[in-house]
Design a protein. Structure first.
Length: 166
């Protein structure tokens, strides 16, 4: 079996901080090619923030040419619905950037990601982060946590799909 060299782009969506991670398959397991955070300022208008996320994500997609994008599903925060709405704005421009470059998008719930990586859908963040560091053969958990979360989302996709990305 040959391994696809095309990367998977994991996205932890957020309006203030949008984490991303570019992973590739290798015979020794997944490799983190790049991870980072797209940051916006609350001092900017909503339109400016969404535009900034879109532009930076477009540049990442153009540079790495991912075969797929994996993104965390929006979940409703009963106590703070405004957070879910703001995340939805970020997800909208992320989905646009992927569709604009013909990158297939795969959605995963936090529970799915936790279950696939740790065996429990109720795992805490530190458990997931330790698995990410181990699976990517890293000396430490990627920082900030948005990058570790994006790595977890990309790993979830890589481990739940065939080599050709379907």
């Amino acid at each position: 079996m040959t391994l696809s060299p095309q990367p998977c782009l994991g996205i932890d969506p957020g309006l203030n901080r949008c984490g991303y991670a570019v992973l590739v398959r290798s015979p020794r397991g997944p490799i983190l090619k790049e991870g980072g955070v797209i940051r916006t300022s609350p001092k900017q208008s909503l339109a400016e923030r969404v535009l900034e996320i879109g532009r930076e994500l477009r540049a990442i997609i153009e540079e790495f040419q991912p075969a797929a994008m994996a993104i965390e599903q929006v979940f409703s925060l009963g106590k703070n619905p405004k957070s879910a709405i703001l995340m939805a704005h970020a997800r909208g421009v992320i989905l646009f950037a992927a569709a604009d470059r013909d990158v297939p998008v795969h959605h995963y719930t936090p529970k799915q990601i936790k279950r696939l990586l740790t065996g429990s859908g109720n795992a805490d963040k530190s458990q997931v982060q330790r698995v990410v560091a181990r699976e990517l053969s890293l000396d430490a958990v990627p920082e900030p946590h948005d990058v570790a979360d994006a790595c977890a989302i990309a790993l979830c996709h890589l481990y739940s799909t065939k080599v050709d990305g379907r």
